[in-house]
Design a protein around this ligand. Structure first.
Ligand code: G3P
Ligand code: CA
Length: 276
């Protein structure tokens, strides 16, 4: 007997631009999103945190230190947590020069003018570009930001983004996804992310059974992806979007394992493989 409904036929591997086209421009800046759009990524991935005055901003880390000059601009405000700064304080920061130092081969002078974007600014930018790219939004540290999910859903709704094809939600936090399940219309996918440590020593069937209670897919760290993992996820009608796949060689490997899409810092590489 078949326990689960069969998967719809997937004819296109989803290209998820991880923090924008972050291999080519500073992550989570409008330029990184612009490059993702130009490369024809299907999704722009956004990690969200919340400022002291309750604004949702796109940044990966809980602190400002790695990707801005916060330590220079605000000495004495250690540990430079996003949640301890207002949006107008955060807008003073340079969110691009770190990239020029770390990746001189892709450095551009104008990156020193990049700012941390809000969710609203990102949506406005995609609309202004008249781009089809959907949002693939991660609630980061949702326990630190009570009310984050409600705020997120409100903003998307107000902008006409709370509909299938416009947004996917992802989180390492099952609690955050279960909350979203209650407030997000059916048809908008939720993706449970997994690091290896999260599921180490657990029975894979049990792990995926739990995810299938509230999610439409799973986002495993790439080393977790095996034929067995993909098969068991698909049996439960869960799509598989591993992270973060950056070389063409690894992309080919993941394709052969049967994944449905990938997070990548180099969306052009996956787009070119998709065309073959
Ligand atoms: O969201 C998928 C992947 O981005 C998870 O890892 O740390 O890059 O947000 P991280
Ligand atoms: Ca992420």
């Amino acid at each position: 007997t078949q326990l689960f409904t069969p998967l719809p036929i997937v004819d296109h591997i989803g290209v998820i631009a991880h923090r924008g086209a972050s291999g080519y421009a500073p992550e989570h800046t409008l330029t990184a999103y612009k490059k993702a759009i130009q490369m024809k990524a299907d999704y722009i991935e956004l990690d969200l945190h919340m400022t002291k005055d309750g604004e949702l901003v796109a940044i990966h880390d809980a602190t400002l230190s790695r990707t801005t000059n916060a330590e220079e601009v605000y000495p004495g405000r250690s540990p430079w947590r996003v949640k301890d700064f207002t949006l107008s304080e955060i807008k003073q920061l340079d969110a691009g020069s770190w990239f020029n130092d770390a990746y001189p081969e892709y450095a551009k002078k104008q990156y020193s003018n990049e700012k941390i974007p809000t969710l609203q600014e990102t949506i406005d930018y995609i609309k202004q570009k008249d781009a089809n790219a959907a949002l693939y939004i991660e609630t980061k540290a949702p326990n630190v930001y009570p009310g984050m999910e409600e705020k997120l859903v409100d903003i998307l709704k107000k902008n006409g983004y709370l509909q299938p094809g416009k947004v996917i939600f992802q989180s390492f936090s099952a609690a955050s996804l279960r909350k979203l399940r209650e407030i997000v219309p059916k048809g908008i996918p939720l993706i449970q992310l997994y690091s290896p440590a999260m599921i180490q020593g657990q029975n894979l069937d049990d792990v995926l059974d739990q995810a299938a209670e509230y999610a439409e897919g799973v986002g495993p760290e790439l080393s977790l992806v095996t034929p067995e993992f993909v098969q068991k996820a698909h049996e439960r009608h869960l799509i598989v979007h591993p992270f973060t796949i950056n070389t063409k060689e690894e992309m080919q490997k993941q394709l052969s394992l049967g994944v449905d899409g990938m997070f990548t810092n180099y969306p052009d590489r996956l787009v070119s493989l998709n065309k073959k």
